[in-house]
Design a protein. Structure first.
Length: 308
């Protein structure tokens, strides 16, 4: 149990081998974090305030922006304080909380991206039944399922990790409390934890991805066989190009980190890949959607015009 552990806090080593660049990293990640908060906050505000955007596609986009704000907040502020102080101490309870919310929000985002792929598939391949299939109730259920799946997945890991004993060495080779670095410090047996990590986490990562791939294969085949004009194909495909870009930015690094073959990856490589989808991608997502989406840009100008 938690009160049986001899370790009361951990020391996150993070990017410890780049002490001379602490101020550079602090400035860089602070700007990324501010961009995440501002960009995603603007999207949430515009989606809520603009009636024209009260559609399934933008409902999911608003959820994605909320997840990105929370997801980045789980790790980046703590990392920024470490750059300033030179050390990142975190309590045992704080470590478990960070582990829980990181996997909760990350898993929820992966499942949500699958829901967004399904939405695009129905919109392009079955437009006559789109309103019926993607009803407000169906959209709400998909969103709730995304958040719930992430919560259950994270709870399994946080509860199992809380049962381990930690004694002596408390230096975590990461910039946040992730599962594998914590298991390396445990004094008790971790075979069940590793089994759950490989089985449950791989399933929550690969499951949505396996749903996304056939959705886009179906979209591509539909456009190729059913849409005759090149202009019509591109116009329809452009409606899901932003989502496809976000899927690639999220899933490529996640798959390299959390599928079993990643066990041989170096610690530095794992940290770099994790920084990509936990700090960089959340900052890029708002720009990907706004730069390629005329409706969002128009709604943004309208919202800013009202406030001015």
């Amino acid at each position: 149990m938690l009160n049986q552990t001899e370790v009361s806090e951990f020391l996150l080593l993070g990017l410890a081998d780049t002490q001379g660049l602490r101020h550079f990293f602090f400035t860089s990640f602070l700007l990324l974090y501010l961009a995440t908060l501002l960009g995603n906050g603007v999207i949430v505000t515009v989606v809520i305030s603009e009636p024209r955007l009260h559609t399934p596609m933008y409902f999911f986009l608003g959820n994605l922006s909320c997840l990105d704000i929370f997801y980045s907040t789980v790790t980046v502020p703590k990392m920024l304080t470490g750059f300033l102080s030179g050390q990142q101490h975190i309590s045992f309870a704080g470590c478990l909380a960070q582990l829980h919310f990181f996997h909760f929000l990350g898993s929820a985002e992966g499942v949500l991206l699958a829901g967004m792929a399904y939405d695009r598939c129905v919109a392009i391949c079955n437009p006559l039944h789109y309103v019926l299939v993607m009803s407000p109730r169906a959209c709400l259920l998909l969103a709730v399922a995304s958040w719930s799946a992430g919560f259950v997945h994270a709870t399994v890991h946080s509860v199992m990790t809380s049962q381990l004993s930690f004694c002596g060495h408390n230096h975590i080779q990461h910039f946040f409390c992730d599962i594998k670095p914590l298991l390396n410090l445990a004094c008790s047996r971790t075979r069940l934890n590793m089994t759950l990590l490989n089985a449950v986490t791989t399933s929550i990562v690969l499951g949505p991805f396996i749903l996304i791939v056939p959705s886009y294969l179906y979209i591509i085949s539909f456009l190729f066989y059913k849409v005759q004009s090149q202009e019509g194909r591109w116009k329809l495909f452009s409606t899901c190009a932003s989502h496809l870009t976000v899927v690639a930015l999220f899933y490529i690094p996640v798959l390299s980190n959390y599928t079993p073959p990643s066990s041989g990856n170096s610690i530095q490589k794992v940290m770099q890949v994790t920084l990509m989808y936990s700090a960089v991608t959340p900052a890029l997502n708002p720009f990907i959607y706004t730069l390629r989406n005329q409706e969002v840009k128009t709604a943004l100008k309208k919202t800013l015009g009202r406030k001015l």
